[in-house]
Design a protein around this ligand. Structure first.
Ligand code: KE4
Length: 446
């Protein structure tokens, strides 16, 4: 039986005090908007430390963590092998601005996992990876237009903040001010999983679209799997039109399979963007793909991209240590089994509590939506009851479970999660679903 902590209100004093101070110095008190709890209300928990599947906030509250830093921590927090690799690398210096053996080794591992990647370049974030992939696609094709999907989030580069998911969706601003109209005008966006809309968009701009960029499993509207045939059709449509197909695998890379969604769904994109797991919790992004395209990148070719800390030795060490854990046999079967038990259990708990709830899951990434209908695209995701999500989120927090602070994000199971963690989570959910409906009936009765 999961019991809410006594006097939890008193147990957020340090987070509250830190949040008040943080807001004097940082916009919204955070360094990334989705951390501010705007999608669920209340005070963001200031995290003091983490280990394995657990995080502790500054008030000493313990949580089973499914945020996993928005995806990178597939091996769990502070994995001893990852920490030791970072520590060892740090004793040899933290940055050289020169090539290193670690970059070569990590590139080899990425290419082994992703056969479509013949050349790869490391950068420091997913945003840098997708931003550069689009510049490269435009240079290679000589075309200007980009086609993305409603609710797809690919980082905060100007042309990609159009009908964007993740934070912009959570905060109700899918199109950001400050993006020049001419930049936004180069970006077409159609509903996710809608092959006809994608076909019509390409047909309306024949041989003018440089690339179609897609999250092969959407993670920024909450998790939405590709409909059967969706990715295959995108591959055919882009090949016929001469547009490049870019898989944004910043979340799905090394997550839904060692070789990401392109392994799981057997599609070969022209370019792939990576992030999160490839850095093992340190800042790494990457873009790569066909050699004839990547050879356009400076200093080989004319397309410029650079970065002071690209291929940073500490980040390369963390990425290498993490990926080597993922090449162990049975890793993905284990994640599949544990994640399925979690989401099946959440669905059953919601059913028992009479709460309309539907879970989407691919591998160890998942989202529970507070709505009765299947969630297959941006429109159906937006129909979810975000107030119920917020109540559930806080009820789970009170029961020691940390989910994504937005209905429109993904949760993640790691190699550090145990059967006992899943049991505790499902016990907490049984209480939390009940509290969602009882709070509503209390309000209705007032
Ligand atoms: P970063 O620049 O945040 O490293 O990566 C941008 C990015 C690109 N592509 C996909 C599919 C992504 O999900 C992301 C970033 N994801 C968000 C959460 N959904 C990061 C969390 C945040 O913005 O704080």
């Amino acid at each position: 039986m999961s019991v809410p902590r006594e006097g939890l209100a008193a147990r957020t004093q340090r987070s509250e005090a830190l949040f008040a101070e943080a807001q004097k110095h940082l916009p919204g008190g955070v360094d990334s908007p989705v951390r501010a709890f705007r999608g669920v209300g209340g005070t963001p928990r200031f995290i003091a430390r983490a280990k394995g599947s657990a995080v502790w906030d500054e008030d000493g509250n313990h949580y089973v963590d499914y945020l996993a830093s928005w995806g990178p921590l597939i091996a769990g927090h502070a994995h001893p092998g990852v920490v030791a690799a970072i520590q060892e690398a740090a004793t040899r210096g933290t940055s050289y601005g020169a090539p290193t053996q670690a970059e070569v080794e990590l590139a080899q591992l990425v290419k082994q996992a992703f056969p479509s990647i013949e050349l790869v370049r490391f950068v420091s974030s997913g945003t840098e990876a997708t931003m550069t992939a689009l510049r490269l696609a435009r240079a290679f094709t000589g075309r200007d237009l980009i086609l993305k999907f409603d609710g797809g989030y690919h980082g905060h580069a100007d042309g990609l903040l159009v009908q964007a998911g993740s934070g912009p969706l959570t905060l109700g601003a899918p199109d950001s001010p400050g993006v020049p109209a001419v930049a936004a005008a180069q970006t077409l966006s159609v509903p996710y999983n809608d092959v006809v809309a994608a076909r019509d968009a390409l047909a309306a701009h024949p041989r003018q679209v440089a690339a179609v960029i897609v999250e092969p499993v959407a993670g920024n509207m909450g998790v939405i799997p590709p409909a059967p045939g969706f990715l295959e059709h995108l591959r055919e449509l882009t090949r016929a039109d001469g547009a490049l197909l870019i898989f944004d695998e910043v979340i799905t890379g090394f997550r839904v399979a060692l070789g990401g969604a392109q392994e799981r769904f057997r599609i070969r994109p022209d370019l792939t963007c990576l992030g999160k797991i490839v850095g093992g919790g340190l800042p790494v992004g990457a873009y790569g793909g066909r050699a004839d395209i990547m050879q356009q990148i400076s200093p080989l070719g004319p397309v410029y991209q650079a970065g002071t800390l690209s291929g940073n030795p500490l980040a390369m060490a963390a990425g290498l240590a993490t990926l080597r854990l993922l090449t162990e046999p049975g890793v993905y079967d284990h994640l599949e089994r544990l994640s399925a038990r979690l989401t099946d259990g959440l669905g059953n708990a919601a059913l028992s509590a009479g709460v309309a709830y539907t879970t989407n899951r691919v591998g160890s990434m998942f989202t529970g939506f507070f709505c009765p209908e299947p969630v297959t695209d941006y429109a159906s995701a937006k129909a979810a009851d975000t107030r119920r999500y917020a109540r559930f989120f806080h009820a789970m927090l009170e029961h020691g479970v940390y989910l994504a602070p937005s209905q429109f994000e993904a949760g993640f199971v790691s190699l550090a999660h145990t059967e006992a963690d899943i049991d505790a989570t499902l016990a907490a959910a049984a209480e939390a679903f009940g509290e969602v409906t009882s709070r509503e009936s209390r309000v209705a009765g007032e």
